[in-house]
Design a protein around this ligand. Structure first.
Ligand SMILES: Nc1ncnc2c1ncn2[C@@H]1O[C@H](COP(=O)(O)OP(=O)(O)OP(=O)(O)O)[C@@H](O)[C@H]1O
Ligand SMILES: [Mg+2]
Length: 439
């Protein structure tokens, strides 16, 4: 992408309305624009990151055996009356009346709708286990939308729903999702600690929240300080082997971690000296809630022994749009965002430090063409701007690798390759820079 043609409305000043760093940086980097309280448009740079996060979530759901569907944002109130949640949900639900006077709503979550799909088609245990997920916008009329996309009213969520004949089967599904979540967040460069959690309005009796530690987080959490040296690096798992899956769950649940709603002072199995109290950002939550929806909605399957049972269900949410903010909270410095490479909008940024110098322009254009041809997402700053402004801009928008091309270096045949995270700069020939990324 050429920066001269890219729609990147960056801001020089810190926007007054933004209280936390991720919100400030998302506005300053031209990623989002508020359209009304808690509702945002995603501009090209922000949308690119959102899609990368979404894709990692999708790949890990697919790997764990879930199948992607797409349910609508607008739902009929009738289904919610069947489950009893139409009245319970209260003011967070955006209620709409269509032209025929029928009650509709903008979905805050999808347990009812997915259960309706299930009951329309599945009658036998033979079709189970089954996991269906979608990645779709939700609306919750939050009392206090704030912190940008972290607590929006409209937000993008991945929600997966599992269906099993037995409790044991449902726990297998739960454990697969537990592992899929660890892998998902690790791939984004995040350490998300699974914490014992309250089940809230979704109901049920088994739940974990995945929490990224951050002082700006809205959740209070307690955990064994050993979590701080826990390894979240990519793990390989064969989902067909439940022993392997369960061993990972056991390993990551053996250390204490709980949200403040679940934590009972004095009763945590951790020596007082090792118990940490901090704040964190909830980036996902998984639930087992048994037959809470299948019973009232009549989602039953036949069993091998004969007779019908209501299906055992779980639901598994990831805050896809919140993750954009959470990653920035976890990875930034005074100069701007530091994208982990896996979610970076561009892998390489080329700054032509002297656009009216033929040599500089030739090297930049050649690198840009070759990197692009090699499939490396590259942003070239070909604008007529001061070198300092160009470098500051690449730092602000967080491009992980930056190639700085100036006349002084080219005289001795080199360009500078800078790592955004470490700040380390290496001089090398343009060919070496190309090989560094394109090999
Ligand atoms: N208002 C919101 N804005 C952005 N993301 C959200 C919002 N509400 C929930 N999420 C994300 O969706 C995920 C799954 O939804 P869930 O129903 O568990 O949310 P929740 O527990 O109500 O969230 P919270 O406690 O933060 O209000 C959450 O873990 C979170 O990452
Ligand atoms: Mg939650």
């Amino acid at each position: 992408m050429r920066l001269s043609a890219y729609f990147l409305p960056t801001l020089r000043e810190n926007p007054k309305e933004a209280q936390i760093v991720s919100h400030r940086l998302m506005l300053r980097a031209g990623m989002i624009q508020q359209s009304s309280a808690g509702i945002y448009s995603w501009l090209p740079l922000g949308y690119k990151v959102l899609r990368k996060i979404e894709q990692i979530v999708r790949e890990e759901q697919d790997a764990a055996g879930a199948q992607e569907v797409l349910m609508p944002t607008i739902q009929s109130a009738d289904l919610w009356r069947e489950s009893g949640r139409y009245d319970d949900y209260g003011k967070e639900m955006l209620r709409i009346e269509d032209r025929h006077g029928r009650d509709m709503l903008y979905g805050p979550t999808n347990e009812e709708l997915i259960t309706d799909i299930f009951r329309s088609h599945v009658r036998s245990y033979k079709a189970l286990p089954l996991m269906l997920y979608h990645i779709q916008w939700k609306f919750r009329d939050e009392v206090r939308p704030r912190f940008g996309v972290m607590r929006g009213r409209e937000f993008l969520m991945k929600d997966n729903y599992s269906f099993d004949t037995t409790y044991e089967g449902a726990v297998d599904a739960y454990n697969k999702m537990f592992v899929a979540y660890l892998k998902t967040y690790a791939r984004m460069g995040l350490s998300a600690i699974p914490m014992k959690a309250d089940t809230g309005p979704i109901g049920g009796d088994l739940s974990h929240e995945f929490i990224v530690l951050a002082d700006t987080g809205e959740s209070g959490v307690f955990y064994d300080k050993a979590w701080e040296s826990q390894d979240f690096a990519n793990m390989n798992v064969n989902y067909a082997d439940m022993d392997e899956v369960n061993a990972i769950v056991e390993r990551y649940t053996s250390l204490y971690a709980a949200t403040d709603e679940k934590h009972v002072p004095g009763e945590a199995p951790v020596p007082e000296a090792n118990l940490k109290e901090r704040r964190g950002i909830e980036v996902g939550q998984i639930f087992y809630f048994g037959t809470k929806y299948s019973e009232p909605l009549g989602a039953v399957v036949s069993t091998p022994e004969g007779g019908d049972v209501p299906v055992h269900m779980g639901s598994y949410g990831v805050g896809v749009s919140r993750l954009v903010g959470a990653i920035i909270e976890a990875s930034h410095d005074d100069r701007g965002i530091i994208w982990p490479e896996q979610v970076a909008p561009f892998t390489v940024g080329i700054a032509n430090l002297k656009t009216d110098d033929e040599g500089c322009t030739a090297v930049c254009e050649d690198l840009y063409a070759k990197l692009s041809a090699a499939g490396i997402e590259t942003l070239i700053d070909d604008r007529d701007e001061r070198p300092g402004a160009k470098m500051a801009n690449l730092d602000l928008i967080g491009v992980p690798w930056q190639v700085l091309v100036g006349p002084r270096g080219l005289k001795s045949g080199v360009v500078e390759v800078k790592n955004r995270k470490s700040g380390a700069v290496e001089e090398m020939t343009p060919e070496a820079a190309l090989n560094r990324f394109a090999s």
